[in-house]
Design a protein around this ligand. Structure first.
Ligand code: G6P
Length: 607
């Protein structure tokens, strides 16, 4: 989603801003722009579409100025046009903005009544007009911005520059993250540490409600009440190296292939190398005696949580409730005393998930997070964090983050089962052994890549695709459908196979591929019956199963992919891989932008 970078520097800012924006590209965006201060004026360059368009324009007409702000925009208010691209500016100041100003219409009407003319359809433009209104009333930039900030409602991160004071950049955050970077005679602002990593490793994460006056060699942070406050400056561990595709055609494919490695890395954080015991790091609360776990997440992370619910209930015998964050945060759920709320997020910045976390904190819940991005806001605000060791995930469609989230949840379920005394040693050892085998089995699953590439031709021609699964593979059906929608733009739905007969079966005919995930588990016979129901209606079934399932159904289904036979406990981790590969190859055949699919964002920092 939108990305911000700001530099108060000593060299030409524009190329450096573009470089920073390149590191924010993974978040997803549809236009980009920069503004610099040049001889007391604001100069802007903006372009629709990818960063290369902005870069091209800047190469044709280089822009001077050592102080500037840059932005990648994911359109919310107003289409993704050059005119709506940030920075927005008056002749006195320019702004870049992540988030949404919810009361912009009211403020706009007020400012239009004074004769101010708006040039865009965005909510953001209101900010520069409001600040300019206060500048024209005689306030200096810092006071004018402080006053304007008080009038803004919504969630946002901002960076502003001013013609009246070229040694000043102001940053502000409410709800949406913003980091301050300390350089050598230079200072920076950015929406995440990744953008600043090549410039500095000294960072300060602003706290909610903070705003900051940034100058070449200093920064003064104010809290929401304008009091000057001290915030910790830390050494960041985020690497400045640009992540490459290592010879793969897309980041997504590279990340799919990294799964054996990163699942292994994640497992090794929980499994003792010699005893084979699965344990959690020390937690600052008693997880074993929690009356309930409430899981909240969005998108793919939510589907990981759904699998986690099956595991935690079946193995650790603990009641679990789960919801998507955008619904959970507003439904005023009563939460039990001593309850644990678990938030799952690759980026650690998804706004709905973060706000749900804050709700649970206010309700006295202990906060546990499963997060991939170190130093992210959710990681910092949780009471305890279990890190997925997937490494940076660049493809917008989540793959290795998902399977490492599953791996972490599986370890959590086993460790919790032991601490709740609901599992015997033999079963625990069997589950741990099954988990230890997953990296090697994942390599075997990747060997089906060619077959899945061939089958993608069948899927690429379809208008609609159904995915079916039962038990812990039901969320995999949902995830399979989501992956296909996200990157190939083919309509797909995931269903619990047993629910098919309550409606979706009416959709089945010879034009609809039905992808069915059937590991040999306790629901095998029931899943087989569901496959028969589809076949009886001329459904084109692609079966993903182990040897037993393939043997049983091979004469009925159109195609099959035979995965290794594993303990059903770990099947969801392995069955994720073929659905990822199928979506990937289908998208490649459709010629879509696999790593940055249209209108999607990697990190969703608006509601
Ligand atoms: C976006 C991404 C999805 C991701 C979801 C949750 O929609 O495109 O891939 O699953 O956000 O993101 P999170 O970073 O919280 O896991």
């Amino acid at each position: 989603m939108c990305g911000i970078i700001g530099i108060i520097g000593n060299n030409d800012a524009a190329p450096r801003l573009v470089e920073g924006l390149r590191r924010l590209e993974y978040r997803g965006y549809d236009s980009a722009g920069v503004a610099t201060l040049v001889s007391g004026r604001i100069e802007r360059c903006r372009a629709e579409g990818k960063l290369i368009n902005l870069d091209h324009k800047l190469q044709l007409a280089p822009q001077a100025g050592t102080v500037g702000i840059g932005h990648t925009r994911w359109a919310t208010h107003g289409g993704p046009t050059e005119n709506n691209a940030h920075p927005h500016a008056t002749d006195r100041c320019a702004v870049v903005h992540n988030g949404i100003i919810e009361n912009y219409q009211r403020l706009k009407t007020e400012l239009e009544a004074e004769g101010r003319v708006f040039a865009t359809e965005t909510d953001t433009e209101i900010i520069v007009h409001l600040v300019t209104h206060y500048l024209e009333s005689g306030l200096a930039p810092v006071a004018a911005t402080a006053k304007a900030l008080k009038r803004l409602e919504g969630a946002f991160a901002l960076a502003l520059i001013f013609t009246d004071d070229p040694d000043l950049m102001i940053g502000a955050r409410r709800g949406t993250p913003l980091a301050l970077g300390y350089g050598d005679g230079e200072m920076y602002l950015a929406s995440d540490a990744f953008a600043l990593a090549p410039l500095t490793s000294r960072l300060c994460y602003l706290e909610d409600g903070d705003w900051v006056e940034v100058r070449h060699t200093s920064a003064v942070v104010h809290d929401a009440n304008d009091a000057v406050v001290t915030r910790t400056v830390r050494q960041t561990a985020v690497s400045g190296a640009l992540i490459g595709k290592d010879g793969y055609r897309h980041f997504m494919l590279k990340e799919i292939y990294e799964q054996p490695q990163v699942i292994g890395d994640t497992l090794s954080a929980f499994i003792h190398p010699s005893t084979g015991h699965i344990s959690l790091p020390d937690l600052p609360f008693d997880l074993a005696s929690a009356p309930r776990i409430t899981i909240v997440a969005c998108g793919t992370a939510y589907y990981a949580g759904l699998v986690g619910k099956y595991w935690l209930e079946q193995i650790a015998r603990i009641p679990v409730e789960i919801d998507i964050a955008s619904e959970f945060r507003y439904r005023e759920a009563p939460l039990p005393a001593g309850g644990v709320a678990l938030f799952i997020s690759q980026s650690g910045e998804t706004l709905d998930t973060l706000e749900a976390l804050r709700y649970c904190k206010r309700q006295g819940q202990h906060i546990l997070a499963i997060v991939n991005a170190p130093e992210s806001t959710i990681a910092r605000e949780a009471d305890a964090v279990l890190y997925t060791l997937a490494g940076p995930e660049i493809g917008v469609a989540s793959t290795k983050a998902f399977t490492t989230q599953l791996t972490t949840l599986a370890c959590l379920a086993v460790a919790l089962a032991r601490s709740r005394n609901v599992i015997d040693q033999a079963r625990e050892a069997a589950l741990a052994a099954a988990l230890r085998e997953v990296p090697a089995r994942a390599v075997e699953v990747l060997n089906h890549d060619e077959r899945l590439r061939a089958l993608a031709h069948e899927v690429a021609e379809a208008r609609d695709v159904l995915y079916l699964g039962r038990g812990a593979c039901y969320p995999l059906a949902l995830e399979g459908a989501l992956k296909l929608k996200e990157i190939s733009y083919i309509h797909a739905e995931g269903y619990a196979a047993g629910e098919l007969k309550h409606g979706p079966i009416a959709l089945v005919d010879e034009s609809v591929p039905v992808i069915v995930l059937v590991p040999s588990d306790n629901l095998f016979e029931k899943a087989v019956s569901n496959v028969q129901e589809v076949c009886a209606r001329s459904g084109k079934v692609l079966l993903i199963a182990d040897a037993k399932g393939v043997e049983r159904l091979k004469d009925r289904v159109r195609w099959s992919v035979e995965l290794p036979t594993v303990d059903p406990f770990v099947a969801p981790i392995l069955y994720a891989i073929p659905v990822q590969l199928l979506a990937y190859h289908t998208a490649v055949l459709k010629g879509t932008d696999v790593d940055q699919p249209r209108t999607l964002a990697k990190s969703v920092t608006v509601e």
